[in-house]
Design a protein around this ligand. Structure first.
Ligand code: 5GP
Ligand code: ZN
Length: 138
């Protein structure tokens, strides 16, 4: 993917503040951090979103997330973390090379992640449960 900024970072054609890499993933600081130590984890190969990414690659990303989380804890005294992954435009994905955000959290940092619950959707639980269960593993 020639025009993908994250592929450029992997190739070394764009700058990044890399904190960890191995043969399959790279972890680097987000250019617009929402907190100190905000890190992105990407597969080195270009995959668009969750549908596109093989499960082995997702496992590599999650293993790296664990490694980076411990480093953030020790290096920056991070007390808590949010992991965030936007898959697809409707979910707010802006860079179409899958990436996992690791967002360090500190006491009283006042970062709000807004989800407004829709309790009326409980009425559909039976129907939705059946629909989803019928498609698992298909
Ligand atoms: P998304 O909204 O797709 O989940 O997040 C994309 C993230 O990539 C944003 O947090 C944005 O700050 C980050 N980002 C965009 N361009 C660059 C870049 O060139 N370098 C780095 N390090 N991060 C980037
Ligand atoms: Zn890419």
């Amino acid at each position: 993917m020639n025009d993908c900024i994250f592929c450029k970072i992997v190739k070394g054609d764009a700058a990044s503040w890399t904190v960890y890499e191995d043969e399959s993933v790279k972890a680097f600081l987000d250019i617009n951090p929402v907190n100190i130590g905000h890190t992105l984890i990407i597969p080195k190969k270009h995959y668009k979103d969750l549908f596109d990414t093989p499960k082995e690659e997702l496992m590599h990303m999650m293993k790296a997330a664990k490694k980076v989380s411990y480093a953030l804890k020790k290096a920056l005294r991070v007390t808590s973390l949010n992991l965030y992954l936007a898959s697809g435009e409707d979910a707010g994905q802006e860079i179409h090379h899958i990436h996992l955000h690791i967002i360090p959290r500190f006491p009283g940092d006042n970062i709000k992640i807004h989800y407004r619950p829709k309790p009326e959707l409980r009425q559909k639980f039976d129907e939705i449960q059946l629909k989803i269960r019928s498609m698992i593993n298909l």
